[in-house]
Design a protein around this ligand. Structure first.
Ligand code: BEZ
Length: 216
């Protein structure tokens, strides 16, 4: 018999599930929204709550940086469109920050369930703090989940995006704590010949399998 409690959650490498939803910028079809851009889809537990307000204004303050990186932002919570609009207005009035990116009103929890943002051990009624990085081909490339009581780190979200983009552009991997401007890891050799070549290369090398080169 089928187990009704099994929840399918998108994983890294999966196509981003498509959906149609109402947002603070009108109705969107997610596959159309992605269209050749990177997309960061992030959920927050509830409008008019303190941690969420710090996070959402954090995204708003750096939206131009994301735009320059061909990256669109889109938020989500299980609140109504009226709540979203009132919160956006309240934040603009009190803090002078306008959340221009669309925020999905996921009142029927359709998108939250599709993306595994509803994690009942944490909350039955509010989405956890999820961040999905989706590439211009519509593939999920990185997922973060944070609980309700810990805010995310905007610098890490930006660093992760830059790392994904650098990995694609230069066909490299990025080491622990990598920052833009730093050397990247060259993929390890797969044959003995490649290993011999690697040992003769001028890469910064601990050994043939751990070699770095400048990028950019
Ligand atoms: C907050 O954003 O402050 C928050 C939201 C839901 C639960 C706990 C904290």
């Amino acid at each position: 018999m089928e187990n009704q409690n099994v929840v399918t959650m998108p994983r890294i490498g999966d196509p981003a599930p498509d959906f149609k939803a109402m947002t603070t910028q009108g109705m969107i079809q997610f596959s159309e929204f992605i269209k050749d851009s990177w997309v960061i889809l992030f959920s927050h537990p509830a409008d008019f709550t303190p941690v969420c307000t710090t996070e959402m204004t954090g995204f708003a303050l750096r939206e131009d940086e994301f735009t320059k990186l061909n990256t669109k932002l889109i938020g989500l919570s299980i609140d109504s469109i009226h709540s979203h609009v009132a919160w956006v207005n309240n934040v603009r009035e009190k803090m002078g920050i306008l959340m221009k990116f669309p925020i999905i009103a996921d009142i029927d929890m359709k998108v939250s369930k599709l993306y595994g943002m509803l994690q009942p051990g944490e909350s039955e009624t509010a989405a956890v703090r999820a961040v999905f990085f989706i590439d211009p081909n519509g593939k999920i490339r990185l997922i973060m989940y944070y609980p309700l009581n810990v805010g995310r780190n905007m610098d890490e979200i930006m660093r992760a995006l830059l790392a994904l983009q650098a990995a694609d552009k230069y066909k490299v991997a990025l080491p622990l704590n990598w920052q833009p401007g730093e050397k990247a890891i060259v993929p390890p050799p797969k044959t003995i010949d490649e290993m011999e070549e690697r040992l003769k290369s001028d890469y910064e090398m601990i050994d043939f399998y751990l070699a770095k080169k400048p990028i950019g």
